[in-house]
Design a protein around this ligand. Structure first.
Ligand SMILES: Cc1cc2nc3c(=O)[nH]c(=O)nc-3n(C[C@H](O)[C@H](O)[C@H](O)COP(=O)(O)OP(=O)(O)OC[C@H]3O[C@@H](n4cnc5c(N)ncnc54)[C@H](O)[C@@H]3O)c2cc1C
Length: 302
């Protein structure tokens, strides 16, 4: 009750939030405006034993030149990662490389990036956006998966459809997906709304992936869920090369990242950067007002 009042309050005051508050959100979760700043963070994380996935902030490119310029920027990232020998791959949003303009635009840019990933022995993760583009995103993934083993996608545990999507993906021996809960606001017709039920579905999908020998990137900050995930890994004796843990840059993890590393588990940090930090932070707040609560909690904890 208090939680939903707080969320409604945050959504109402978003247009009035001072720039300094939004900058505070951005500073904690965004690696900077330039790729140089982002690379400094990648180097530091690699040095401490963490793998990284880089994301250029932004979504919903409005025209072909915009989508092309983002694709070029991503291509340069692959070159730089290769030249600097970093443990870092890339995550892209389909609408950022042109999906809103047309599927053919996104497809052409995706091919450019997949070729680049292949040339530089790297990997491309296609992030999952709102349910408006789930079908098209999975279509693109399926279209290229056979030709480019270095591509992976994402499934969201809050969507009822994800169980079937995972079954469909598992037909491919080389399937590699990120499992997360989902960050967009979706209707009750298509998405589970209760947190406990989303957690339940998350574990169900994870078990399915493990049982079917599918590589899974386990993306959650939820510590209770992590305890249950550890139990499943122990129970099923899952080899460490069949999964990795993923977290968003800047989210406090109460010692769990170090614990993952001590256990010999791979941890990948999702590091976003770019000029779009203001719009990104505002969108994240609108999509998930809880973030404002996390920031306030953090401030008071300090
Ligand atoms: C690496 C990674 C990639 C992701 N990719 C996608 C994607 O492609 N598509 C998609 O829809 N969603 C994506 N998400 C977001 C995900 O779907 C969830 O919305 C988000 O992770 C919150 O769920 P949770 O399981 O982490 O934990 P929750 O139970 O929601 O939160 C647990 C705790 O984590 C902290 N926390 C969680 N999220 C944040 C945040 N954003 N900022 C600050 N603190 C936070 C809070 O302290 C909270 O109490 C991704 C998440 C991660 C970690």
């Amino acid at each position: 009750m208090i939680h939903s009042i707080f969320n409604r309050f945050v959504i109402t005051i978003i247009p009035l939030l001072p720039l300094s508050f939004v900058r505070m959100i951005a500073r904690r979760y965004v690696a900077g405006e330039s790729s140089q700043e982002a690379f400094r963070i990648v180097q530091r994380l690699n040095k401490n034993g963490y793998s990284v996935t880089l994301d250029i902030l932004g979504e919903h490119s409005k025209n072909k030149p915009e989508a092309q310029s983002i694709t070029n920027e991503y291509s340069d990232l692959y070159e730089n990662i290769h030249n600097q020998n970093l443990d870092c791959n890339i995550s892209i949003k389909p609408t950022h490389i042109g999906l809103d303009i047309g599927k053919d635009v996104a497809r052409a840019n995706l091919i450019t990036l997949l070729n680049k990933a292949h040339e530089t022995s790297n990997f491309l993760r296609i992030d999952m956006e709102s349910s408006k583009v789930t079908d098209t995103t999975l279509d693109l993934y399926n279209e290229f998966k056979k030709q480019y083993p270095e591509v992976g996608t994402v499934l969201q545990a809050y969507l009822y459809r994800s169980e079937n999507d995972l079954k469909m993906l598992s037909a491919d021996d080389n399937c590699n997906f990120r499992l997360c809960k989902g960050i967009y606001r979706e209707s009750a017709k298509i998405a589970i709304q209760k947190r406990r039920e989303i957690n339940y579905n998350f574990l169900k999908l994870l078990r399915y992936a493990f049982d079917n020998n599918i590589y899974v990137a386990i993306a959650t900050h939820n510590l209770e869920l992590l305890k249950k995930i550890y139990n499943i890994i122990d129970e099923l004796k899952i080899p460490t090369e069949k999964f990795e843990f993923q977290v968003l840059y800047g989210v406090p993890m109460s010692g769990w990242l170090e614990k993952h590393i001590e256990n010999g588990y791979k941890v990948r940090v999702y590091v976003p950067y770019g000029k779009d930090w203001y719009a990104y932070s505002i969108r994240r707040l609108k999509e998930n007002p809880d973030i404002a609560g996390y920031i306030l909690k953090d401030i008071f904890r300090k």
